[in-house]
Every structure is written in C-alpha cells, then in structure tokens.
Ligand binder design. Structure first.
Ligand SMILES: [Zn+2]
Length: 480
C-alpha cells in the first residue's frame, strides 16, 4: 500500500528560495507543455504523444530530468482525465491554464535520504554543469521504502513523501499490548463465522451501525457540522470584506490569504475527525468480530429534502444545495477512510443501495418521513432513527427486502470523536511538545487505496494525523 506523508521541513534560506524556484520552473514546464502540445496539434492535427513531448522539454530546465518528466506525466494525465470525462458527456475542458507554480516531484533517482534524516534533492544539468542538490531536513522520515517526494504548497511549503507501507507497525503494537486477542484465546484455528454489520451514515450521527447479534454503535458527527458552520461563517465575513476592497490590492490579497487559511485549517480538522470516527468504528467492529460491513450507499440519494422545503425561495434552495454538497463530500471521505481502515483490519466492506431504508417500517412496510430522533410507525413499531436505518439496510442486504430481522438491539454504544483533547496516558513521550502546548501535528500520514496515480489534492483528502488518538468519551444517549 502506498501512503503519503505530508510533512514540514527545515532548510536554509538560500535553499528555501531555490525550492520556491523549483515550483516556479515546474509551472513554467507545465505552461510550456500546453504551448508545445497546442502547436503540435495546430501543425499536425494530432495529439502530441508522450515521447515527443518529453523530447521537447528534455534538458531545457535546471531541474532533475525525472522532475521534468514528472510535470509532463501530470500534464498527460490531466489531458487523459479530461478526455475520459468528455467521453462520458461532461463539459470538462482540456488543460488550458498556464501555471506560475506547480508541484515539483523527485522520483526514485532524484533524491537520497541520508541516515541523519536529511534529504538530498537532486537537480539537473544546467549549462553543462550538474546543479548543487538542495538539502532539507524533516522531523521524521516515514518508515518504509520511499517512492517519491513532492514539493507542495498548502499555505506554506510542505514535502509530500510517498512511501510503501509494510506491516502496520503501530496497530500491531497496540494489539500486542492492550487488546486481548479474542480469536486466538478461543483456540479455534478456523476462520471465525461470518458476521454482518450494517452502517447508516448521517449528518448528525456520522455512523450508526448494528450487527447481527444486536450490538450497536452510534458515533456523532456534530463536530463535523459545527466545523463546517464555522468555516462558512468566517468565509462569509471575509467575502463581505473582500467585496469592499479594491481588486488586486494588498488588502485584498491579505483577505484572500486569510480565507485560504481558514479553509485549509477546517479541512484538516474535518479530516481529523472523520479519521477518528472511522477508526473508532473499525475498533468496535473488530471487538465484535464483524467480518462484513454493509454500508448504505448515499450516492444519488438526496438527503434532507422534503417537498415543503422545495417551496422555499430560490436563494434558500441554492444555499441548501451547497450545504448538501459539503455534507455529501464528507460522506464520501468518511467512506474512503472506512474502506482502507477496514481493509487493514481484514473486514470486508460492501456498498449497498439504501433507498427508502430510512423511511420504511419493517413491520408493516408503510413509508414515512422521519422527523425527530425516533422512528415511530402507526403500527406501533418504534426504533431509534439511525439504528432503524441500519437495521433496514442489514435486512435488505441479508434477505433482499426490508423486513423484521428479529434482532434484539442490546447495548448501543455512543461515541463522540474528541478533538485535541489528549489523554495523558496516551501522550507520546516527552520531547514532542512542551506541556501545556497543543500536540505537534506537523506530520500527517495519508493513505491511498489505489496507489500513487492520484494527484496530490486527491491524496490530501485522505490525510491522517499520526498523533491522533482514539475517541473514548462515551456520551449519554440522547433523550428518546
Ligand atoms: Zn409499521
């Protein structure tokens, strides 16, 4: 599995300027790729192919040859992506925007990791002379074989280090230490019996799940929502100010920077919480020896839309659409995190259409829109709303239709993903941060399920904080 670790680094001032220059040159290469490809198309009426484009840019820049190739590959990928999208009927444009800055990549021959943690980034031959390498030092070099290093901008320069992850060391340690090994203690060598668990994902309750034996878990997603709200509020304020200042002025730039900072921060917070949510779910699934997880596929399902709201004014509708987009986006993200965390734990994940699972009564099959936290049917059936949804998904998956499963809901665990609250016992040893300070979250680990072909932005969606801790605080169940 290829993972990406985005990390801060230290370097001298001269080297920092050279790093900035690297990304400027990469931007230049990108723009040149556009130009060369365009000219080629004008002349021949055909698309330029990889070999020709690579030949056209080879040795034209002071970057390492593989770094130059890296930009060419990214350009070709973008072109191919646009082609595929267009074939599907989307109005995607082929790459056309010139770039002042672009990500610089050092592939396997382009860097060297020294034993003292310093990384040497090689440069290319310029005017007959090999340029001096740039040396940076990072706090922590990820364990595993490093595949490539990218220099990325996210309100500051960062290194994105892709590496191959072998044994999930951390997990193995945790298991060996604290968590009793249930299957082994039982002495049975054969695989444990299949146990299905169904998840219903929602906005207020990020995850509500029940398994066949009747154990349930509800993990709240309120924090995600509050973060989003705060972000929107701040954005609104800044946009208001931005509208009043002169375009392109220093003040405008400052405000734009502030805006970007807000979004990058909230994004990180959101990812952090989603990771905690997915992690605690996977822990729970492991503890209950779940083998298969069925998740209601929210794709295409419009949530929280009622006829009454549709009568709302146009303006209101649009804003709701935006908020829906946001919420759906985090569903997708949560699902991505769940997918790879479950895979690591050896649990199968199945997406399953969830139409009407939240509305239908399993006893009399009448449909009803739910309002409030409890689903109450005319026939007398009542159930906690989210557990009801999960139960129906489970029934639909197992029996092909929504029906009574006969599962007696036992204990329901309520969890809330905690943020920035560090339990003293869980703290990594001293030295990482001074007491009273916030934990150091400089290094983030990104898991990518499908390898390294995704762009950096995509991979950043999969960011995981290393220093993150499990949520443990149980909440009192909300009044039913
Ligand atoms: Zn009913």
């Amino acid at each position: 599995m290829i993972r990406v670790c985005k990390t801060k680094f230290k370097t001298g001032k001269g080297a920092l300027n050279r790093l900035f220059a690297c990304n400027r040159i990469s931007g230049e290469i990108w723009s040149d790729c556009l130009r060369i490809a365009g000219e080629h198309h004008k002349k021949t009426g055909k698309w330029i192919d990889k070999t020709e484009l690579q030949k056209a840019v080879k040795r034209k820049y002071p970057l390492h040859s593989q770094s130059i190739q890296g930009v060419v590959h990214k350009y070709l990928q973008a072109r191919e992506g646009a082609r595929q999208a267009r074939a599907k009927g989307y109005a995607t444009r082929y790459p056309y925007k010139k770039k002042g800055n672009f990500v610089t990549k050092w592939a396997k021959d382009g860097f060297e990791v020294k034993p003292n943690g310093k990384i040497e980034l090689s440069m290319g031959i310029w005017k007959g002379k090999r340029q001096k390498p740039i040396i940076v030092s990072v706090k922590e070099v990820p364990q595993g074989k490093i595949k490539e290093i990218e220099l990325v901008w996210d309100n500051g320069l960062y290194l994105a280090i892709s590496y191959e992850k072998g044994e999930p060391l951390e997990r193995a340690c945790v298991k060996a230490k604290g968590r009793e090994e249930k299957p082994k203690a039982a002495g049975s060598e054969e695989a444990p019996p299949a146990k299905i668990c169904a998840i219903d994902m929602g906005e207020i309750h990020a995850i509500a799940a029940v398994e066949e034996a009747g154990e349930g878990i509800i993990i709240t997603g309120r924090k995600v929502r509050s973060i989003k709200r705060l972000r929107n509020k701040k954005h609104k304020e800044l946009s208001k100010k931005l509208a009043r200042v002169k375009k392109g002025s220093r003040r405008a730039k400052k405000l734009q920077r502030a805006k970007r900072k807000v979004s990058s921060k909230t994004k990180a917070q959101q990812r952090d919480i989603l990771h905690k949510i997915s992690r605690s779910f996977v822990r729970w699934a492991e503890d209950n020896q779940v083998t298969t997880v069925v998740v209601g596929d929210v794709e295409g399902v419009q949530r929280n839309t009622s006829a009454k709201k549709k009568k709302n004014s146009k303006k209101k509708r649009r804003s709701r659409k935006v908020s829906q987009k946001l919420s759906q986006w985090s569903f997708g993200l949560l699902l991505t995190y769940l997918a790879y965390k479950l895979a690591e734990a050896g649990i199968e994940l199945i997406k399953f259409p969830e139409e009407y699972t939240s509305q239908t009564c399993p006893v009399c099959h009448r449909r009803k829109k739910v309002s409030g936290r409890v689903y109450r049917c005319y026939c007398g059936y009542t159930q906690h709303r989210d557990i009801h949804g999960a139960l129906n998904i489970l029934a639909k998956y197992k029996y092909g239709e929504i029906c009574e499963t006969g599962i007696k809901i036992g204990k329901i665990k309520y969890l809330r993903p905690t943020t920035y609250v560090v339990k003293s016992s869980r703290r990594p040893g001293p030295g990482l941060w001074e007491s009273g300070q916030k934990p150091f979250v400089g290094t983030t680990v990104v898991g990518s399920a499908n390898g390294s072909q995704t762009s950096f932005k995509d991979e950043m969606l999969l960011t995981e904080c290393r220093s993150m801790l499990t949520p443990g605080d149980s909440l009192k169940p909300p009044p039913l």
